[in-house]
Design a protein around this ligand. Structure first.
Ligand code: ADP
Length: 163
């Protein structure tokens, strides 16, 4: 039976840490659906549509990769898609507590959905979308931290904001 996993998150923006989890996820699962959550942050830098198209541009060539967006509970979304695995990345110990709470809550909400964690690679353990946004907003160089199309769009966003 083919196995699919949903990789949910904000991806505001997609970083090389996310890319790494998707690439490695595809070695374990036949299908990885990167699912952009539409409700987590009140004022995201990139709209959901922008995040979806960036993920498609950066990773769309990978076999078994899909991009989507969802509203509301991720377990509900998983049920609708007929997928029973949620894929999440773990960086430092600091991620653990939140991820543990989230996975436990999701299991409480739907016993049939299991969360699977992958450890970050050593090149991207320090990467977070929040830090990338912050550094880029001050004109810092985030080359090598995000895929090329994200770099291009970050430059456009902040050039427009400083005008
Ligand atoms: P959220 O919006 O839930 O805070 P993100 O959209 O930033 O999360 O990330 C989605 C998932 O990717 C989370 O499981 C997060 O822990 C993981 N992740 C983010 N950055 C990295 C990274 N550098 N290495 C590995 N996993 C990461």
């Amino acid at each position: 039976m083919p196995t699919a996993a949903i990789y949910p998150g904000s991806f505001d923006p997609l970083t090389n840490g996310h890319v790494d989890i998707v690439q490695r996820g595809l070695k374990t699962f036949d299908k990885v659906i990167l699912a952009v959550a539409n409700n987590v942050q009140k004022s995201p830098l990139f709209s959901v549509d922008e995040r979806v198209s960036l993920a498609r541009e950066c990773l769309g060539h990978l076999k078994g990769f899909e991009v989507d967006s969802f509203n509301g509970l991720v377990v509900e979304y998983a049920r609708k898609k007929g997928v029973s695995v949620l894929l999440r990345g773990l960086r430092a110990v600091s991620d653990f507590e939140y991820e543990f709470q989230l996975a436990s809550m999701n299991r409480k909400l739907n016993r049939d959905v299991e969360t699977v964690f992958m450890m970050t690679s050593e090149e991207s353990f320090y990467l977070s979308s929040r830090l990338v946004r912050e550094v880029a907003s001050f004109g810092g160089n985030v080359e090598g931290m995000v895929p090329e199309p994200v770099l291009r769009e970050l430059r456009k966003k902040y050039a427009a904001k400083t005008k």
